[in-house]
Structures are given as C-alpha cells and as structure tokens.
Design a protein around this ligand. Structure first.
Ligand code: FE2
Length: 476
C-alpha cells in the first residue's frame, strides 16, 4: 500500500526508516553503553595528563543526564497520580518537558533568550537572576538527590538478594510451609513500602540543602583567625596581622553591596596588611571598574596588595585591572616583590600571576616554567618570604625558600563540601585537587587556602562558607 502523495520507492524508504528507528529504540540501552565505552576508549587512547579530569567530566555529565531523565520521569509520574485521564497526563508531560527545556535553555542561552550564558553570569536583570537561581537550585539538588537514590537502590537490591538466599536456605533446612513463605512475602512488601517512603524523604534533603546554600550560606561570611608560626620571623613582626580576601567574583550573585559589607568587616578587623589572592571578576571584563571601586575602601597601615587570578587572565584584563587598582592605591604584584618594613626588619611579599586556565597545555607549561624562574629570582635569603598566588602549584618545592603561601581558587572545595562529616568529602577533592581549605604544612613551608567570598558557576555554597581570614604571625 502506498501513502498518499508518496511514490512506492519513497514509501518503502519511509517504512525502512521507521523500522530502523524502532530497532534503535528497542535496543537503546546497549547502544548508549557502546557510545559511552567508545568515548572512554577514545579519551584513554589519547593518554594525555588530563585524561583523569576528562573521565571525571564525562562521568559527571552522564550522571547529570541520567539524573535529569530520572527526575523528569518522577515529576510526570507524580503529576499522573493526581490528574486523571490519559490525554491530560500526556499534555501535562509535554508541559513539564517544555518548562524544563525553557529554564535549561534560558540558563545556557547563546540564542537571545537571556543576555548571556549562566556561567558567564553578567545578566543582572531580576528575571534572569531568578531563573538562573532556580536552574542551579534544581541542578545541584537533583544531581545530589540522584546519588542518594542510587545508593538506596543498590542497598535495596542487596537486601532483596540476601532475603532470597535466606528464604532458600531456610526452606531447604526446615521444609518450610506455604504459610511461612506467605508471611515472609508480606514482611518483604511492607519493608519495600517503608524503603520507598524513606527514599522520597531522603532524596528531598539535597533540594533543601541546595535552597539553604543558595539563600543563606552563600553570603554567610565567616571570619577565620589563624595563627601562623614562622621560624625566622623577626621579633618586631610578632603579632603582625594579615587579612586575606580571595575569589571576589563580582556578578549578579556577588553584588557590590555584598562585597562592600565584606570590606567593612575586613576594615573592622584592623589588620596591618591586606592580601587579595585573585579572581576579582567572573567572566565579564566590564565588571572590573566596579569591583575595583568597592575594594578601594580597604584600609591597612602597611597597604593592600594582590595577585592575579585565572579569571583576569582568561578574559585578558590583567594589565587594565592592575592599572585601575594602582589608581586606588592597591598594588597588584605581578612577578614582583614588595618589602614590608617594620623598624629595621622586613618581610618579603611576592606576587605571581596564575595565568589562564583556557590556554593550551603547552602554553601553560611554558608560562608556568617562566613564572617559576621569576619566582626563584624574587625570593630573598634569610628573610621571611610570603607568596601571594591564586593556586599554589609550587607548594612543597623546598628549594624555593617560601615560608608562607596565601592562595584561594578552590572556593573551599568547589563550593559544595561535606568536610564536616569527613575531610575530603568535597567537590574539589573528588576532582583530584590536593589543596582545598585551611592550613597545610610541608617541611618548613606553610600554605593557607582561603575559601573566597564570591561564587562562580552555581550560586550555591554548602559546607563551604565564604571566608575572610586574619593570619596572625608569630615566632616559633
Ligand atoms: Fe575563583
């Protein structure tokens, strides 16, 4: 039979296409698995030094996709339970998917739905801020909740297998009656109902936590006081206090007003010197004037110094923002040192650029080596050397002679951390980053990793409060 308007060969081609499509749909699981394995094989075959990160990225992407399919399916299921009639349920499912796609595309739009990509976060319009906030709340909550659902699912299946084995063994030994089996089945189904209810309750927790991190913890600044003992600190510097601010990231979710409140807190701590350890903007180069304007309010008798973060390098504003800071009396140290004098004694304060994270591997290697050579030339023997660097790549290189390194960059473990349960349970550590938060010691060297005050990516902090640090120097 021929379809109206189509010739016989065309109809045959359409029928063949539909048959192939049905086959693909029927075997989607092995096809997806094969595609994933092919991608993994491709990444492993390239075997460069970033293969581990690329594999982690792939795993996160797959978990994200799986979680979105799972939760949209659950939403449609729940809607279907409350709304009778198949046609209505179909329409509801279509509306749910459309709303999801709108919010997703709005948050990732390069097609004019919003002014910019959510990660580039330079769209200050209230409706954009609201939709981005909703998207990220859903993103973080749904992925974390999906993890919990998987854990529960595995536990439930393991319990079922154990119960099945137990029943088999029991019936083999005691020749159990049908009544005993029926009783076991009843117990098993009531346990399953209890487990299902538990999963619903437990999987709600990440959504609550993401809401708390978005609305409260994101700007719940903690002042951390840290004593730093330095073997060769001159006596006159005993009790010298350095306030450290890092990862400012001015943007729609880290507003000028919020940064001004951090400036006021810092000034209220009356530090002797203030150190800024990079990432003043998110991705919008035009925000540089505004962030410099608000940070210009920082006051300390020995001055305000800083270094460049990767975000300044990524958008090419290192020179312009350095000039803007200089006009406000804030000195960015770019492969430079500044003597901090007290009486006849001094500390040697050094600042080194981070460089761009968007550069190629080869460029980063060359730049990294060049900066390391420059750093060696800036270190002063028989003096306390304090290094400001956005991320401490050279920490542990004892030949350098750095006494104290101040850094940031990791936002206390990627802004999501369960370190209060177990140290190392955070996004940064899961990605293989060695230095996350707080004080590290290696031989005579010390490193302080500040959690930063701003955010990038998702506007949520959980278990990683924004931080202003006061480092009080002391002699050993
Ligand atoms: Fe940062």
């Amino acid at each position: 039979m021929t379809s109206p308007g189509l010739s016989k060969p065309q109809t045959a081609r359409v029928a063949y296409f539909l048959r192939s499509l049905r086959r693909v749909v029927a075997h989607w699981r092995p096809i997806v698995l094969l595609l994933i394995l092919a991608r993994v094989a491709f990444l492993v075959a390239r075997s460069n030094e970033f293969v581990r990160f690329e594999l982690i990225d792939l795993a996160l992407l797959l978990i994200f996709i799986a979680s979105q399919i799972f939760w949209i399916g659950r939403l449609i299921y729940v809607e279907g339970r409350f709304i009778p009639g198949r046609p209505r349920r179909v329409w509801l499912a279509i509306i749910t998917v459309m709303v999801y796609l709108f919010v997703f595309l709005y948050s990732h739009s390069e097609w004019g739905l919003s002014q910019s990509h959510v990660i580039w976060a330079a769209d200050y319009r209230p409706q954009s801020v609201l939709i981005h906030a909703a998207f990220w709340w859903w993103f973080v909550g749904s992925v974390a909740a999906f993890f919990l659902v998987i854990v529960f699912g595995v536990a439930e299946r393991a319990a079922r297998v154990a119960e099945w084995i137990y029943r088999k063994v029991r019936s083999a030994i005691h020749q159990s009656s049908g009544a005993a089996d029926a009783e076991a089945l009843l117990l098993s189904s009531s346990r399953r109902r209890f487990l299902e209810r538990s999963v619903v309750l437990v999987s709600a927790t990440p959504f609550l936590a993401a809401g708390y991190g978005l609305l409260y913890e994101r700007q719940n600044v903690e002042v951390v006081r840290q004593r730093i003992r330095l073997a060769r600190l001159p006596k006159v510097f005993e009790g010298f206090r350095i306030a450290q601010l890092s990862d400012i990231h001015i943007g729609p979710f880290t507003t000028a007003e919020y940064i001004l409140s951090c400036v006021a807190i810092t000034n209220g701590l009356e530090p002797d010197l203030i150190a800024l350890t990079g990432d003043y903007i998110c991705w919008d180069p035009e925000a540089q004037s505004e962030v410099v304007r608000v940070l210009a309010g920082l006051r300390a008798p020995h001055g305000v110094f800083g270094c460049m973060g990767n975000h300044e390098a990524d958008v090419g504003i290192e020179e312009s923002i350095t000039r803007l800071f200089a006009a406000q009396g804030i000195r960015m140290l770019r492969q430079e040192r500044a003597p901090i004098r007290l009486g006849d004694e001094m500390l040697n304060l050094i600042g080194i650029d981070h460089g761009s994270d968007l550069a190629s591997d080869a460029e980063r290697q060359v730049e990294g080596d060049r900066r390391l050579q420059r750093l060696k030339a800036l270190v002063m023997p028989n003096t306390v050397n304090i290094l400001l660097i956005h991320y401490p790549h050279a920490f542990g290189d004892h030949e350098l002679g750095i006494d104290l390194t101040l850094s940031g960059d990791i936002h206390g473990g990627g802004q999501l951390s369960l370190d209060f349960i177990h140290r190392g349970l955070n996004l940064g550590s899961l990605m293989g980053v060695p230095y996350i938060r707080g004080l590290y010691k290696n031989g005579g060297e010390q490193l302080y990793m500040n959690r930063g005050i701003g955010i990038t990516g998702f506007p949520i902090r959980f278990g990683a409060r924004p931080e202003i640090t006061v480092l009080e120097l002391a002699r050993t």
